[in-house]
Design a protein around this ligand. Structure first.
Ligand code: FES
Length: 495
Protein backbone atom coordinates (compact mmCIF):
# COMPACT_ATOMS: atom_id res chain seq x y z
CA UNK A 1 0.00 0.00 0.00
CA UNK A 2 1.46 3.30 -1.12
CA UNK A 3 0.97 5.93 1.60
CA UNK A 4 1.52 9.41 0.07
CA UNK A 5 3.99 11.72 1.78
CA UNK A 6 2.38 14.43 3.85
CA UNK A 7 3.81 17.20 1.66
CA UNK A 8 1.99 15.88 -1.41
CA UNK A 9 -1.46 16.05 0.18
CA UNK A 10 -3.66 19.02 -0.67
CA UNK A 11 -4.34 21.51 2.15
CA UNK A 12 -7.82 22.67 3.12
CA UNK A 13 -8.01 25.99 1.24
CA UNK A 14 -11.74 26.43 0.58
CA UNK A 15 -15.20 25.77 2.03
CA UNK A 16 -16.35 22.23 1.30
CA UNK A 17 -19.43 20.04 1.55
CA UNK A 18 -20.02 16.31 1.85
CA UNK A 19 -22.47 13.67 3.03
CA UNK A 20 -20.54 12.92 6.24
CA UNK A 21 -17.77 14.83 7.99
CA UNK A 22 -15.63 12.72 10.31
CA UNK A 23 -13.65 14.70 12.89
CA UNK A 24 -10.62 12.85 14.24
CA UNK A 25 -7.93 10.89 12.40
CA UNK A 26 -7.38 8.08 14.89
CA UNK A 27 -8.17 4.47 14.05
CA UNK A 28 -11.91 4.79 14.85
CA UNK A 29 -12.40 7.96 12.79
CA UNK A 30 -10.35 6.82 9.80
CA UNK A 31 -12.03 3.42 9.76
CA UNK A 32 -15.48 5.04 9.93
CA UNK A 33 -14.67 7.41 7.07
CA UNK A 34 -13.37 4.49 4.99
CA UNK A 35 -16.42 2.32 5.70
CA UNK A 36 -18.71 5.21 4.73
CA UNK A 37 -16.83 5.74 1.48
CA UNK A 38 -17.13 2.01 0.74
CA UNK A 39 -20.90 2.44 1.20
CA UNK A 40 -20.94 5.15 -1.46
CA UNK A 41 -21.08 8.33 0.66
CA UNK A 42 -18.95 11.40 0.05
CA UNK A 43 -16.71 11.84 3.08
CA UNK A 44 -14.36 14.45 4.51
CA UNK A 45 -11.96 13.52 7.32
CA UNK A 46 -10.34 16.27 9.40
CA UNK A 47 -7.44 15.66 11.77
CA UNK A 48 -5.95 18.37 14.00
CA UNK A 49 -2.44 16.92 13.75
CA UNK A 50 -1.49 13.96 11.52
CA UNK A 51 -3.26 10.65 10.94
CA UNK A 52 -2.83 8.22 13.86
CA UNK A 53 -0.43 10.55 15.68
CA UNK A 54 -2.47 10.67 18.89
CA UNK A 55 -3.82 7.91 21.07
CA UNK A 56 -3.80 5.34 18.26
CA UNK A 57 -0.04 5.57 17.91
CA UNK A 58 0.59 5.39 21.65
CA UNK A 59 -1.36 2.25 22.44
CA UNK A 60 0.00 -1.19 23.33
CA UNK A 61 -1.13 -2.40 19.85
CA UNK A 62 -3.11 -5.38 21.14
CA UNK A 63 -6.21 -6.60 19.31
CA UNK A 64 -8.01 -8.83 21.76
CA UNK A 65 -11.49 -9.64 22.96
CA UNK A 66 -9.99 -11.08 26.16
CA UNK A 67 -9.14 -8.08 28.34
CA UNK A 68 -8.06 -9.12 31.82
CA UNK A 69 -11.22 -9.89 33.77
CA UNK A 70 -13.60 -7.56 31.95
CA UNK A 71 -16.45 -10.03 31.29
CA UNK A 72 -16.75 -10.73 34.99
CA UNK A 73 -17.41 -7.01 35.48
CA UNK A 74 -19.67 -6.63 32.43
CA UNK A 75 -21.84 -9.59 33.40
CA UNK A 76 -22.51 -7.97 36.76
CA UNK A 77 -23.00 -4.40 35.59
CA UNK A 78 -24.63 -4.56 32.14
CA UNK A 79 -25.62 -8.23 31.85
CA UNK A 80 -24.55 -11.24 29.82
CA UNK A 81 -26.15 -10.09 26.56
CA UNK A 82 -24.30 -6.76 26.54
CA UNK A 83 -21.09 -8.58 27.49
CA UNK A 84 -21.55 -10.86 24.46
CA UNK A 85 -22.04 -7.84 22.21
CA UNK A 86 -18.87 -6.30 23.58
CA UNK A 87 -16.97 -9.49 22.76
CA UNK A 88 -18.45 -9.47 19.26
CA UNK A 89 -17.56 -5.79 18.79
CA UNK A 90 -13.91 -6.59 19.45
CA UNK A 91 -13.84 -9.74 17.35
CA UNK A 92 -15.54 -8.08 14.38
CA UNK A 93 -13.02 -5.21 14.54
CA UNK A 94 -10.08 -7.60 14.77
CA UNK A 95 -11.24 -9.57 11.75
CA UNK A 96 -11.89 -6.37 9.78
CA UNK A 97 -8.36 -5.19 10.52
CA UNK A 98 -6.98 -8.56 9.38
CA UNK A 99 -9.05 -8.61 6.19
CA UNK A 100 -8.18 -5.07 5.13
CA UNK A 101 -4.49 -5.52 5.95
CA UNK A 102 -4.46 -8.49 3.61
CA UNK A 103 -6.62 -7.14 0.79
CA UNK A 104 -4.92 -3.73 0.73
CA UNK A 105 -1.47 -5.26 1.21
CA UNK A 106 -0.68 -2.92 4.11
CA UNK A 107 2.69 -3.52 5.72
CA UNK A 108 1.48 -3.26 9.32
CA UNK A 109 3.14 -6.17 11.19
CA UNK A 110 -0.21 -7.90 11.78
CA UNK A 111 0.48 -11.07 13.74
CA UNK A 112 -1.83 -13.59 15.39
CA UNK A 113 -1.05 -14.30 19.03
CA UNK A 114 -2.97 -15.74 21.98
CA UNK A 115 -4.31 -13.27 24.54
CA UNK A 116 -3.72 -14.32 28.13
CA UNK A 117 -5.16 -13.18 31.47
CA UNK A 118 -3.01 -14.19 34.41
CA UNK A 119 -2.85 -13.93 38.15
CA UNK A 120 0.30 -14.00 40.27
CA UNK A 121 -1.67 -14.37 43.48
CA UNK A 122 -3.62 -17.46 44.62
CA UNK A 123 -6.53 -15.13 45.49
CA UNK A 124 -6.70 -14.19 41.82
CA UNK A 125 -7.76 -17.73 40.91
CA UNK A 126 -11.32 -16.96 41.98
CA UNK A 127 -11.27 -13.94 39.61
CA UNK A 128 -10.02 -16.13 36.77
CA UNK A 129 -12.71 -18.74 37.42
CA UNK A 130 -15.41 -16.07 37.32
CA UNK A 131 -13.87 -14.60 34.17
CA UNK A 132 -13.81 -18.04 32.56
CA UNK A 133 -17.57 -18.45 33.16
CA UNK A 134 -18.44 -14.89 32.08
CA UNK A 135 -16.26 -14.95 28.94
CA UNK A 136 -17.66 -18.35 27.94
CA UNK A 137 -21.18 -16.94 28.41
CA UNK A 138 -20.12 -14.09 26.12
CA UNK A 139 -19.21 -16.63 23.45
CA UNK A 140 -15.43 -16.62 23.77
CA UNK A 141 -13.77 -20.07 23.60
CA UNK A 142 -11.27 -19.39 26.38
CA UNK A 143 -9.39 -22.11 28.21
CA UNK A 144 -7.45 -22.53 31.43
CA UNK A 145 -3.76 -23.19 30.82
CA UNK A 146 -1.60 -25.19 33.21
CA UNK A 147 1.35 -22.80 32.94
CA UNK A 148 2.71 -19.65 31.29
CA UNK A 149 5.98 -18.79 29.57
CA UNK A 150 6.55 -15.82 31.87
CA UNK A 151 9.77 -15.94 33.92
CA UNK A 152 8.03 -15.54 37.31
CA UNK A 153 5.62 -17.82 39.18
CA UNK A 154 1.95 -17.38 38.38
CA UNK A 155 -1.13 -18.81 40.08
CA UNK A 156 -3.34 -19.20 37.01
CA UNK A 157 -3.73 -18.46 33.30
CA UNK A 158 -6.68 -18.02 30.93
CA UNK A 159 -6.00 -18.14 27.20
CA UNK A 160 -7.90 -17.02 24.09
CA UNK A 161 -6.32 -18.02 20.78
CA UNK A 162 -6.35 -16.18 17.46
CA UNK A 163 -6.11 -12.67 18.81
CA UNK A 164 -3.49 -10.38 17.28
CA UNK A 165 -1.12 -7.44 17.43
CA UNK A 166 -0.66 -4.82 14.74
CA UNK A 167 1.23 -1.63 14.03
CA UNK A 168 -1.82 0.62 14.45
CA UNK A 169 -0.16 3.66 12.85
CA UNK A 170 0.77 1.78 9.68
CA UNK A 171 -2.67 0.16 9.46
CA UNK A 172 -4.55 3.43 10.01
CA UNK A 173 -2.41 5.34 7.50
CA UNK A 174 -2.96 2.55 4.99
CA UNK A 175 -6.72 2.90 5.47
CA UNK A 176 -6.48 6.69 5.08
CA UNK A 177 -4.69 6.13 1.76
CA UNK A 178 -7.44 3.69 0.69
CA UNK A 179 -10.01 6.30 1.68
CA UNK A 180 -8.33 8.84 -0.62
CA UNK A 181 -8.38 6.27 -3.43
CA UNK A 182 -12.15 6.02 -2.94
CA UNK A 183 -12.50 9.79 -3.34
CA UNK A 184 -12.53 10.66 0.37
CA UNK A 185 -11.01 14.04 1.19
CA UNK A 186 -8.50 13.84 4.07
CA UNK A 187 -7.10 17.00 5.61
CA UNK A 188 -4.45 17.04 8.32
CA UNK A 189 -3.39 19.96 10.55
CA UNK A 190 -6.97 21.27 10.55
CA UNK A 191 -8.60 21.75 13.94
CA UNK A 192 -12.37 21.99 14.23
CA UNK A 193 -13.29 24.87 16.51
CA UNK A 194 -17.08 24.63 16.47
CA UNK A 195 -19.97 22.55 15.15
CA UNK A 196 -23.51 23.69 14.34
CA UNK A 197 -26.30 21.20 14.05
CA UNK A 198 -28.76 21.70 11.20
CA UNK A 199 -29.68 20.52 7.79
CA UNK A 200 -26.94 20.53 6.74
CA UNK A 201 -24.68 20.64 9.80
CA UNK A 202 -21.58 22.79 9.62
CA UNK A 203 -18.13 22.79 11.18
CA UNK A 204 -15.83 25.77 11.56
CA UNK A 205 -12.10 25.20 11.34
CA UNK A 206 -9.05 27.04 12.54
CA UNK A 207 -8.17 27.60 8.87
CA UNK A 208 -11.24 29.84 8.52
CA UNK A 209 -13.05 27.46 6.15
CA UNK A 210 -16.42 25.88 6.79
CA UNK A 211 -17.42 22.29 6.08
CA UNK A 212 -21.09 21.57 5.43
CA UNK A 213 -22.21 17.99 5.95
CA UNK A 214 -25.43 16.05 6.17
CA UNK A 215 -24.07 14.24 9.24
CA UNK A 216 -21.05 14.64 11.47
CA UNK A 217 -19.14 11.91 13.33
CA UNK A 218 -17.04 13.15 16.25
CA UNK A 219 -14.20 10.69 16.82
CA UNK A 220 -11.82 12.92 18.75
CA UNK A 221 -11.13 10.68 21.74
CA UNK A 222 -12.82 12.99 24.29
CA UNK A 223 -15.54 14.65 22.16
CA UNK A 224 -14.66 18.25 21.35
CA UNK A 225 -18.32 19.19 21.83
CA UNK A 226 -19.72 19.65 25.33
CA UNK A 227 -23.14 18.44 24.22
CA UNK A 228 -23.78 15.09 25.87
CA UNK A 229 -21.38 15.96 28.73
CA UNK A 230 -19.03 13.12 27.82
CA UNK A 231 -16.13 14.94 29.45
CA UNK A 232 -17.93 14.59 32.79
CA UNK A 233 -19.00 10.98 32.24
CA UNK A 234 -15.55 9.55 31.55
CA UNK A 235 -12.29 9.39 33.41
CA UNK A 236 -9.14 10.41 31.47
CA UNK A 237 -6.24 8.13 32.33
CA UNK A 238 -2.55 8.08 31.51
CA UNK A 239 -0.55 4.87 31.63
CA UNK A 240 3.08 4.12 30.90
CA UNK A 241 4.76 1.75 28.47
CA UNK A 242 8.44 0.83 28.37
CA UNK A 243 10.19 -1.65 26.11
CA UNK A 244 13.62 -3.24 25.93
CA UNK A 245 15.56 -6.17 24.53
CA UNK A 246 15.65 -9.32 26.66
CA UNK A 247 18.18 -12.15 26.53
CA UNK A 248 15.78 -14.97 27.43
CA UNK A 249 13.20 -16.17 24.87
CA UNK A 250 10.31 -13.76 24.43
CA UNK A 251 6.94 -14.83 25.84
CA UNK A 252 4.65 -15.92 23.01
CA UNK A 253 1.37 -14.48 24.29
CA UNK A 254 -0.04 -11.02 25.00
CA UNK A 255 -0.45 -11.02 28.78
CA UNK A 256 -2.61 -8.90 31.10
CA UNK A 257 -2.77 -9.42 34.84
CA UNK A 258 -6.09 -9.54 36.69
CA UNK A 259 -4.59 -8.52 40.03
CA UNK A 260 -3.17 -5.17 41.07
CA UNK A 261 -0.94 -3.57 40.06
CA UNK A 262 -2.18 -4.25 36.52
CA UNK A 263 0.61 -5.19 34.14
CA UNK A 264 0.37 -5.66 30.39
CA UNK A 265 3.17 -7.66 28.70
CA UNK A 266 3.62 -8.19 24.98
CA UNK A 267 6.47 -9.29 22.72
CA UNK A 268 7.45 -6.81 20.02
CA UNK A 269 8.50 -8.00 16.59
CA UNK A 270 11.81 -6.99 14.97
CA UNK A 271 9.65 -5.12 12.43
CA UNK A 272 8.25 -2.90 15.19
CA UNK A 273 11.38 -2.21 17.19
CA UNK A 274 14.37 -3.29 15.10
CA UNK A 275 15.07 -6.05 17.61
CA UNK A 276 13.21 -8.68 19.62
CA UNK A 277 11.99 -6.60 22.51
CA UNK A 278 9.44 -6.88 25.27
CA UNK A 279 6.85 -4.19 25.95
CA UNK A 280 5.36 -3.79 29.43
CA UNK A 281 2.80 -1.20 30.47
CA UNK A 282 0.76 -0.22 33.49
CA UNK A 283 0.58 2.38 36.30
CA UNK A 284 -2.64 3.95 35.00
CA UNK A 285 -3.78 7.10 36.82
CA UNK A 286 -6.00 10.08 36.28
CA UNK A 287 -4.55 12.73 33.93
CA UNK A 288 -3.04 15.70 35.76
CA UNK A 289 -2.57 13.89 39.09
CA UNK A 290 0.35 12.07 40.69
CA UNK A 291 3.96 11.98 39.55
CA UNK A 292 4.39 10.62 35.99
CA UNK A 293 8.18 10.32 36.40
CA UNK A 294 7.75 8.03 39.41
CA UNK A 295 5.30 5.90 37.46
CA UNK A 296 7.67 5.59 34.54
CA UNK A 297 10.41 4.51 36.95
CA UNK A 298 8.11 1.85 38.43
CA UNK A 299 7.66 0.36 34.94
CA UNK A 300 11.41 0.60 34.28
CA UNK A 301 12.03 -1.39 37.48
CA UNK A 302 9.39 -3.97 36.53
CA UNK A 303 11.03 -4.56 33.14
CA UNK A 304 14.48 -4.81 34.71
CA UNK A 305 13.60 -6.89 37.79
CA UNK A 306 11.30 -9.40 36.12
CA UNK A 307 12.87 -9.69 32.66
CA UNK A 308 16.44 -8.41 33.09
CA UNK A 309 15.95 -5.77 30.37
CA UNK A 310 17.05 -2.16 30.14
CA UNK A 311 14.65 0.33 28.61
CA UNK A 312 15.16 1.26 24.95
CA UNK A 313 11.79 2.93 24.31
CA UNK A 314 9.12 4.55 26.43
CA UNK A 315 5.83 6.32 25.80
CA UNK A 316 2.53 7.19 27.46
CA UNK A 317 -0.96 6.07 26.59
CA UNK A 318 -4.00 8.30 27.16
CA UNK A 319 -7.38 6.63 27.53
CA UNK A 320 -10.96 7.63 28.16
CA UNK A 321 -12.54 5.25 30.64
CA UNK A 322 -16.27 4.68 30.42
CA UNK A 323 -17.92 3.93 33.79
CA UNK A 324 -19.46 0.64 32.58
CA UNK A 325 -16.46 -0.20 30.31
CA UNK A 326 -18.67 -0.12 27.19
CA UNK A 327 -17.79 2.51 24.57
CA UNK A 328 -20.19 5.29 23.57
CA UNK A 329 -21.15 4.88 19.91
CA UNK A 330 -24.18 6.66 18.48
CA UNK A 331 -26.10 9.95 18.67
CA UNK A 332 -24.41 12.63 20.75
CA UNK A 333 -27.82 13.38 22.30
CA UNK A 334 -30.98 11.26 22.32
CA UNK A 335 -32.98 11.55 19.09
CA UNK A 336 -30.18 13.55 17.45
CA UNK A 337 -29.50 11.76 14.22
CA UNK A 338 -27.21 14.43 12.81
CA UNK A 339 -24.19 14.27 15.10
CA UNK A 340 -22.69 10.94 16.14
CA UNK A 341 -19.95 10.25 18.62
CA UNK A 342 -17.42 7.46 19.21
CA UNK A 343 -15.52 7.53 22.49
CA UNK A 344 -14.92 5.82 25.85
CA UNK A 345 -13.10 2.74 24.57
CA UNK A 346 -11.50 2.24 28.00
CA UNK A 347 -7.98 1.33 26.74
CA UNK A 348 -9.25 -1.06 24.06
CA UNK A 349 -10.02 1.24 21.15
CA UNK A 350 -8.15 -0.50 18.31
CA UNK A 351 -10.29 -3.56 17.55
CA UNK A 352 -13.35 -2.09 19.30
CA UNK A 353 -12.92 1.22 17.42
CA UNK A 354 -12.93 -0.59 14.08
CA UNK A 355 -15.84 -2.80 15.19
CA UNK A 356 -17.73 0.36 16.16
CA UNK A 357 -16.99 1.93 12.77
CA UNK A 358 -18.78 -0.97 11.05
CA UNK A 359 -21.90 -0.52 13.19
CA UNK A 360 -21.90 3.25 12.83
CA UNK A 361 -21.33 3.22 9.06
CA UNK A 362 -24.27 0.82 8.69
CA UNK A 363 -26.43 3.07 10.81
CA UNK A 364 -25.55 6.13 8.73
CA UNK A 365 -26.75 4.38 5.58
CA UNK A 366 -29.96 3.31 7.31
CA UNK A 367 -29.05 -0.19 8.47
CA UNK A 368 -29.73 -0.26 12.20
CA UNK A 369 -28.62 -3.07 14.46
CA UNK A 370 -29.58 -4.30 17.88
CA UNK A 371 -25.89 -4.32 18.78
CA UNK A 372 -25.63 -0.55 18.43
CA UNK A 373 -28.27 -0.04 21.13
CA UNK A 374 -25.85 -1.66 23.61
CA UNK A 375 -23.33 1.11 22.98
CA UNK A 376 -25.87 3.95 22.71
CA UNK A 377 -24.53 6.93 24.70
CA UNK A 378 -27.99 7.27 26.27
CA UNK A 379 -28.18 3.62 27.41
CA UNK A 380 -29.77 3.09 30.80
CA UNK A 381 -26.78 1.21 32.26
CA UNK A 382 -24.72 4.38 31.94
CA UNK A 383 -26.71 6.07 34.59
CA UNK A 384 -26.67 3.10 36.95
CA UNK A 385 -22.98 3.75 37.51
CA UNK A 386 -23.98 6.69 39.66
CA UNK A 387 -21.34 6.07 42.31
CA UNK A 388 -18.44 6.26 39.87
CA UNK A 389 -19.89 9.26 38.04
CA UNK A 390 -20.49 11.09 41.32
CA UNK A 391 -16.99 10.47 42.68
CA UNK A 392 -15.53 11.69 39.37
CA UNK A 393 -17.57 14.90 39.55
CA UNK A 394 -16.65 15.51 43.17
CA UNK A 395 -12.97 15.08 42.36
CA UNK A 396 -13.30 17.47 39.42
CA UNK A 397 -15.01 20.04 41.65
CA UNK A 398 -12.18 19.67 44.15
CA UNK A 399 -9.63 20.50 41.47
CA UNK A 400 -11.71 23.41 40.20
CA UNK A 401 -12.03 25.06 43.63
CA UNK A 402 -8.88 23.83 45.40
CA UNK A 403 -6.46 24.74 42.65
CA UNK A 404 -7.51 28.37 42.85
CA UNK A 405 -6.63 28.60 46.51
CA UNK A 406 -3.30 26.79 46.48
CA UNK A 407 -0.17 28.83 47.09
CA UNK A 408 2.16 28.45 44.13
CA UNK A 409 5.84 28.12 43.40
CA UNK A 410 8.09 31.00 42.34
CA UNK A 411 9.27 30.85 38.74
CA UNK A 412 12.83 31.82 39.74
CA UNK A 413 13.11 28.38 41.38
CA UNK A 414 12.54 26.52 38.10
CA UNK A 415 15.49 24.69 36.56
CA UNK A 416 15.79 24.10 32.78
CA UNK A 417 13.29 21.41 31.76
CA UNK A 418 10.95 22.09 34.67
CA UNK A 419 7.56 23.72 34.90
CA UNK A 420 5.20 24.96 37.60
CA UNK A 421 2.05 26.98 38.08
CA UNK A 422 2.97 30.32 39.61
CA UNK A 423 0.93 33.17 41.05
CA UNK A 424 -2.43 32.98 42.79
CA UNK A 425 -6.16 33.20 42.04
CA UNK A 426 -7.17 34.27 38.56
CA UNK A 427 -3.67 35.36 37.56
CA UNK A 428 -2.04 31.96 37.84
CA UNK A 429 0.39 31.27 35.01
CA UNK A 430 1.81 27.98 33.74
CA UNK A 431 5.53 28.64 33.44
CA UNK A 432 8.08 26.23 32.03
CA UNK A 433 11.74 26.42 31.06
CA UNK A 434 13.19 24.74 28.00
CA UNK A 435 16.58 23.00 27.96
CA UNK A 436 18.32 26.23 27.02
CA UNK A 437 16.82 27.95 30.06
CA UNK A 438 14.25 30.03 28.15
CA UNK A 439 10.92 30.74 29.85
CA UNK A 440 7.49 29.92 28.36
CA UNK A 441 4.52 31.52 30.10
CA UNK A 442 0.92 30.63 29.31
CA UNK A 443 -2.33 30.98 31.24
CA UNK A 444 -2.82 28.17 33.76
CA UNK A 445 -6.61 28.16 33.21
CA UNK A 446 -7.68 25.32 30.94
CA UNK A 447 -9.61 26.73 27.99
CA UNK A 448 -12.22 23.99 28.31
CA UNK A 449 -13.95 24.92 31.57
CA UNK A 450 -11.30 26.80 33.51
CA UNK A 451 -9.61 24.23 35.80
CA UNK A 452 -5.97 24.88 36.60
CA UNK A 453 -3.56 22.72 34.60
CA UNK A 454 -0.66 20.82 36.21
CA UNK A 455 2.86 20.20 35.01
CA UNK A 456 3.69 16.76 33.63
CA UNK A 457 7.43 16.42 34.12
CA UNK A 458 7.67 13.15 32.17
CA UNK A 459 6.14 14.51 28.95
CA UNK A 460 6.81 18.21 29.60
CA UNK A 461 3.20 19.09 28.98
CA UNK A 462 0.43 20.90 30.82
CA UNK A 463 -2.31 18.42 31.76
CA UNK A 464 -5.77 19.30 33.03
CA UNK A 465 -6.91 17.12 35.96
CA UNK A 466 -10.60 17.86 35.36
CA UNK A 467 -11.35 16.30 31.97
CA UNK A 468 -7.96 15.37 30.56
CA UNK A 469 -7.11 18.17 28.11
CA UNK A 470 -3.37 18.44 27.46
CA UNK A 471 -1.31 21.34 26.14
CA UNK A 472 2.22 21.92 24.82
CA UNK A 473 4.48 24.35 26.68
CA UNK A 474 3.59 27.04 24.11
CA UNK A 475 -0.10 26.50 24.98
CA UNK A 476 -1.16 24.65 21.81
CA UNK A 477 -3.71 21.87 22.27
CA UNK A 478 -2.40 18.31 22.33
CA UNK A 479 -5.58 16.64 23.50
CA UNK A 480 -9.18 17.79 23.94
CA UNK A 481 -11.89 18.33 24.99
CA UNK A 482 -10.30 21.81 24.89
CA UNK A 483 -10.13 23.21 21.36
CA UNK A 484 -8.47 26.57 22.10
CA UNK A 485 -4.82 26.99 23.11
CA UNK A 486 -3.75 28.36 26.49
CA UNK A 487 -3.16 32.07 25.82
CA UNK A 488 0.23 33.57 26.42
CA UNK A 489 0.52 34.95 29.96
CA UNK A 490 1.90 38.36 30.68
CA UNK A 491 5.35 38.51 32.14
CA UNK A 492 5.28 39.32 35.86
CA UNK A 493 5.87 42.93 36.80
CA UNK A 494 9.45 42.98 38.12
CA UNK A 495 8.55 45.87 40.41
FE1 FES B 1 -12.25 20.37 31.22
FE2 FES B 1 -9.76 21.24 31.54
S1 FES B 1 -10.43 19.59 30.37
S2 FES B 1 -11.58 22.03 32.43
Amino acid sequence: MDVPAEATRPPLDSDQSCDVLVIGGGIAGVSTAHELALRGLSVILLEARTIASGVTGNSSAKLSALQGAVYRKLKRTVGAEAAARYAELNLSGLERIATLAETLGTDCAFLRRPAISYSREPEGLRTLEEEFDAARDAGLPIEFEPESDLPFPIAGVLRLDDQAQVDPVAWTRGIAAALRDLGGRVFEHVRVTGVKQGSPCSAETDKGHEIQAGRIVVATHTPILDRGLFFARMDSQRSYAVAGRIESPLPTGMYLSVDEPLRSIRPMTPGESGESALLVSGEGHRVGTGDPVERYLTMVEFLRDEFGAEVSYHWCAHDEMSPDHLPFVGPILPRNDRIMVMTGFSKWGLAAGVGASLLLADRLVGVDSEALSTFDPARASQFRQVKELTSHSVETGFHFAGDRLRKRAAEEDLKPGEGAVVGEGLTQAAVSRDDEGGYHRVSARCTHLGCIVSWNQADRTWDCPCHGSRFETDGSVLQGPATDPLPTADQPDPG
